[in-house]
Design a protein around this ligand. Structure first.
Ligand code: HEC
Ligand code: HEC
Length: 267
């Protein structure tokens, strides 16, 4: 049964032509397990996370100097779809889905070895309250000090992520998702304060010049603004081979047949 009345040999030839473009050099085919993690970083991940892991856009987390086990664990969770918030689905399910364990290991080794996340402009919004919550918690409300797990300098350890220097916007967006119970007693202002404090203590940044009085509200969080939909992100910024997949909720660069095969396999 061939409802479209396309001659089978012609259909096969077209399919073959479409799927043949998967040599390692071009490496647009993310599904090619021969492509090294480093090449994927250069051609795929760096578009959003930066080549050195110091992403510019505050929606995209910095990965520079992030702990290796954390990066590895998150990529596995994203690939397994255990990490499934809206932004994860929208931006990361696509890039993560074809990664092999070896590629994940190479990528995690690469980013964890980069010089750590640089401090963001501290701005006037860094509040003493954020610093106090980070280091002392709020004992009366049963909030543990963040530093007890994330480290005195926000450096992270093993599967506990580095937070120092991370974008305020990203930290705010993740706090209630990643830290459900621990931050439950914190107000939105408290979370914004601790996140702004964390962004300011990254590498190479001066310590926050002047901390404001205890209890002061953080009026604005720098950079809290959703960026426009990112452009399709294949290697050379070439959009013609990319489209948004409604099946996987992610941008997809490759042939339509690859997308179809992926969809069928993952239903
Ligand atoms: C289109 C932009 C984009 C591309 C391309 C991209 N990412 Fe991401 N990545 C994001 C966004 C946005 C998030 C945050 C998602 C969320 O909020 O859950 C993220 C999150 C992550 C995280 C979790 C970080 C953390 O602190 O929890 C890791 C690890 C990661 N990406 C690795 C990669 C790797 C490896 C690649 C390449 C194979 C890649 N990303 C490609 C946008 C992108
Ligand atoms: C008991 C240990 C512990 C404490 C205390 C703790 N965290 Fe975490 N935090 C973790 C772990 C573990 C993760 C990684 C969770 C995962 O794998 O999804 C994490 C993840 C996060 C993330 C997501 C980072 C990212 O890159 O996506 C943020 C933001 C965060 N914590 C903020 C805080 C803040 C703010 C506090 C203090 C109010 C705090 N944490 C206290 C253990 C802790």
């Amino acid at each position: 049964m061939n409802p479209f009345r396309i001659p089978v040999p012609l259909a096969l030839a077209v399919l073959t032509a479409l799927t043949a473009c998967s040599n390692v050099e071009r490496s647009r085919n993310w599904g090619n397990p021969e492509v090294s993690g480093q090449v994927l970083v250069q051609q795929v991940c760096s578009t959003c996370h930066g080549l050195d892991g110091q992403s510019v856009n505050t929606l995209f987390p910095k990965l520079a100097g992030q702990t290796k086990p954390y990066i590895q664990g998150q990529l596995e969770a994203i690939q397994g779809r255990d990490r499934n918030s809206e932004h994860t689905r929208q931006f990361m399910w696509g890039p993560a889905r074809f990664l092999t364990n070896k590629q994940i290991d190479e990528i995690a080794t690469y980013f964890s070895a980069q010089p750590p996340m640089r401090a963001g402009a501290a701005g006037a919004t860094v509040a003493e309250r954020g610093k106090v919550i980070y280091h002392q918690g709020l004992p009366a409300a049963g909030v543990q000090p963040c530093a007890s797990c994330h480290g005195d300098a926000g450096e992270g350890d093993d599967v506990v992520p580095r937070l120092a220097g991370q974008h305020t916007y990203y930290l705010v967006s993740r706090a209630r998702i990643a830290m459900t119970k621990i931050v439950a007693q914190l107000s939105d202002d408290d979370i914004a304060a601790v996140s702004a404090y964390l962004q300011s203590i990254g590498a190479g940044g001066a310590a926050p010049a002047k901390l404001k009085a205890t209890g002061e509200k953080v009026a604005e969080v720098p950079g809290v603004k959703l960026p426009p939909t990112p452009p399709p992100f294949d290697a050379q910024g070439d959009a013609k081979n990319c489209h948004y997949s409604v099946w996987t909720y992610g941008w997809y660069c490759g042939s339509f047949v690859d997308a179809l095969v992926y969809h069928l396999k993952n239903q």
